[in-house]
Design a protein around this ligand. Structure first.
Ligand SMILES: Nc1ncnc2c1ncn2[C@@H]1O[C@H](COP(=O)(O)OP(=O)(O)OP(=O)(O)O)[C@@H](O)[C@H]1O
Length: 291
């Protein structure tokens, strides 16, 4: 039995101005994986392809060992999905929406759902359209957690949440994953969220995979070099995945720490980059980033 809960092989998808090309990565069973990348990198498109809501032009997506489009119904029964868009009926109340959602799942647990709704303080008689963004997220989460899903897939679940609930959500997810048969994939822009709970990080940029790594391994692979401008000749520039020049010096990200350390140790300051710095420099490259 494979230890991968999702296997993405050679997946391509082209929109007129954007392309995902021959992407490969896996999501491991029993872990929390964070999907990161700048705006427009392709995270939502990837999540929608995994969910069978967008069709890839080529390639295969296997979930629980089965082709996602061929076994869509049985696969979705085992997935808890939290979208970044509201896909519930706006005119229904929380209670009505719960009632029409429940029959779609073979393992629906009404009592558990009720506990989540109470815990999240969701007023059952409120219409979906009257809920705040954070409340809609909580509702989607209550549904996702109430049918024994082995895999939770969430698109930016912490966006729009207040800091208290944001933290509570992360704790809830950590608790959820204590059961080794459960897995979580979530996209985020927040590196603090990842630092707190992710085991693996899949980083995409412009439709391409930058890395699919265990979070704890990243500090061993990357290095931040800080030095004086006089060092920046062509040979030195070639080392950097991303470079930021200031009036007097530079900061550059090296993606081969072992080799980089030998070269730079005696001539510059070598530091361990934060996840945010790895993202920043990778996306920036050697050009100018407009944020
Ligand atoms: N239906 C569509 N038709 C055409 N282009 C699309 C469509 N959906 C997404 N795109 C384009 O695909 C690219 C990737 O979008 P996507 O929503 O997957 O990015 P993202 O990484 O989730 O971004 P963000 O962090 O801003 O949510 C963007 O350039 C977007 O404009």
């Amino acid at each position: 039995m494979s230890n991968n809960v999702i296997e993405i092989s050679q997946v391509s998808k082209t929109y007129n101005r954007f392309a995902i090309k021959e992407l490969d990565f896996t999501i491991r069973k029993g872990f929390i994986t964070g999907l990161i990348g700048p705006n427009g990198a392709g995270k939502t498109t990837l999540i929608k392809m995994i969910m069978g809501m967008v069709y890839p032009d080529q390639g295969s997506i296997r979930i629980f060992g089965e082709e996602n489009l061929l076994h869509a119904a049985s696969i979705k029964d085992r997935i808890g999905y939290v979208s970044d868009e509201n896909y519930y009926y706006e005119h229904l109340t929380v209670k009505q929406m719960k009632k029409i959602t429940a029959p779609f799942y073979s393992q629906w647990n009404e009592e558990l759902c009720q506990r989540y709704l109470d815990h999240f303080k969701l007023p059952e008689d409120k219409k979906i359209k009257e809920l705040s963004k954070g409340m809609k997220m909580k509702f989607a989460l209550a549904i996702a957690l109430s049918h024994g899903a082995e895999l939770l897939i969430m698109d930016e679940p912490t966006a729009g949440l207040d800091p208290v609930f944001r933290r509570e959500l992360l704790d809830l997810l950590s608790e959820h994953i204590q059961d080794e048969n459960k897995s979580i994939l979530f996209s985020t822009h927040n590196t603090t969220d990842l630092g707190r709970i992710a085991d693996y990080i899949v980083f995409v940029n412009d439709g391409k995979l930058v890395f699919d790594e265990m979070k704890d391994v990243l500090p061993e692979k990357y290095m931040l070099v800080k030095g004086g401008k006089e060092l920046l000749d062509r040979d030195v520039r070639a080392w950097f995945t991303g470079l930021r020049e200031t009036a007097h010096g530079f900061e550059g990200l090296v993606s081969n720490r072992a080799e980089g350390e030998k070269y730079f140790k005696s001539i510059a300051i070598c530091e361990t980059p934060t996840l945010e710095e790895i993202m920043y420099f990778t996306v920036k490259g050697s050009g100018t980033l407009h944020v």
